[in-house]
Design a protein around this ligand. Structure first.
Ligand code: NAD
Ligand code: UDP
Length: 319
């Protein structure tokens, strides 16, 4: 059965945090979704509410292997995004970005369709230019613990632009900055989910280093809106385009905000800073504002409220 009013869209990594929100939004817009995921960090519970929809299909598949499906568009999100998870099997992480991108680009080339890559602010490494515009080439360690992710994503961008130049493929590259919201895994290891779970459980809040490093946090609904605008933009817009919320906070400020938001008695403790942890990160989103007419609209306090509510409910259910 084909949904005649919409497109058939492949979302790789569709059972993950961002992917599940993207699948839901595209379904609501009348499209048919083929969700591909190997469930490395994604969960069935993220997409359980979509399973009864006849226009939603799930395939358990690792994109490091070729995939033969017939679709009209591809969003390539498959890749673990949390440092603890992508460093768990670094070779597989690089393979997912490199072999996985080659497979998805090959699919897009055969079908002559658009493909969007979920790239990352990590391509800027530990940036010496602040805030980061798309024209900045980055400051990345090629041999460190984060390199499997950073260099994998950089190589994926190279592949996307070579397929564009060599095969005239219509590409869209989004450089996503730290995104948070409901459906992050409670053991994901990223800072927002860690701090919320710790605060709700009354455990120590683990600030790595002195907490003066900065990040800029984007609520997931805003990010998904940016991804769809980028996909639907004219052919001439290839990116890379930064998508993120320019409001910048120190990690210590985030900890304090979450202690206040949860009314927790948790105290802040300091743990060693992981190697190559970027000291600052803030997107320059002038390009997205101009070409996509996009900007995030959710204030951090509002977004954190929604995330706290999600984790409170999840923990109450014992999941
Ligand atoms: P996530 O870990 O929740 O989701 C990634 C999904 O990809 C998971 O469902 C996982 O099972 C799946 N996956 C991993 N390897 C796969 C493979 N080889 N084949 C098929 N599926 C595979 O992470 P997320 O936060 O939802 O991130 C989604 C994408 O956005 C990733 O590509 C990530 O690099 C990018 N991104 C996210 C952020 C962020 O802050 N969340 C920031 C920058 C970039
Ligand atoms: N961080 C922290 N405590 C935690 C988890 C993370 O202080 O329990 C810090 C981490 O060192 C980094 C920032 O929070 O400086 C963001 O980390 P995250 O893993 O969320 O994403 P990154 O932007 O580093 O990929």
């Amino acid at each position: 059965m084909k949904n005649l009013s919409g497109k058939r869209i492949l979302v790789t990594g569709g059972a993950g945090f961002i992917g599940s929100h993207l699948c839901e939004r595209l379904l609501n817009e009348g499209h048919e979704i083929v969700c591909v995921d190997n469930f490395f960090t994604g969960r069935r519970s993220n997409i359980a509410h979509l399973m009864s929809n006849p226009f939603f299909e799930v395939l358990r598949h690792d994109i490091c292997f070729p995939l033969y499906v017939e679709v009209d568009e591809i969003y390539n999100l498959a890749c673990p995004a949390s440092p603890i998870h992508y460093q768990n099997d670094p070779v597989q992480t690089t393979k997912t970005s490199v072999h996985g991108s080659i497979n998805m680009l090959g699919l897009a080339k055969r079908l002559k369709i658009r493909i969007l890559q979920a790239s990352t602010s990590e391509v800027y490494g530990d940036p010496s230019v602040h805030p980061q515009p798309e024209t900045y080439w980055g400051n990345v360690n090629p041999i460190g613990f984060r390199s499997c992710y950073d260099e994998g994503k950089r190589c994926a961008e190279t592949l996307f632009f070579d397929y564009h130049r060599q095969h005239r493929l219509q590409i869209k590259v989004a450089r996503i900055f730290n995104t948070y919201g409901p459906r992050m895994h409670p053991n994901d290891g990223r800072v927002v989910s860690n701090f919320i779970v710790q605060a709700l459980q009354g455990k120590d809040i683990t600030v790595y280093g002195d907490g003066s490093q900065t990040r800029s946090f984007c609520f997931v609904d805003d990010l998904v809106d940016g991804l769809i605008r980028l996909m639907d933009s004219p052919d001439s817009v290839t990116g890379p385009v930064n998508l993120g919320n320019p409001s910048e906070f120190t990690i210590l400020e985030l900890a304090e905000k979450l202690i206040a938001a949860t009314g927790s008695k948790s105290r802040v403790v300091h743990k060693p800073l992981p190697p190559d942890d970027p000291t600052q990160r803030q997107p320059d989103i002038s390009l997205a504002r101009k070409t996509l007419k996009w900007k995030p609209v959710t204030h951090l306090d509002k977004g954190l409220e929604k995330a706290v509510e999600y984790f409170r409910d999840l923990l109450a259910k014992g999941r």
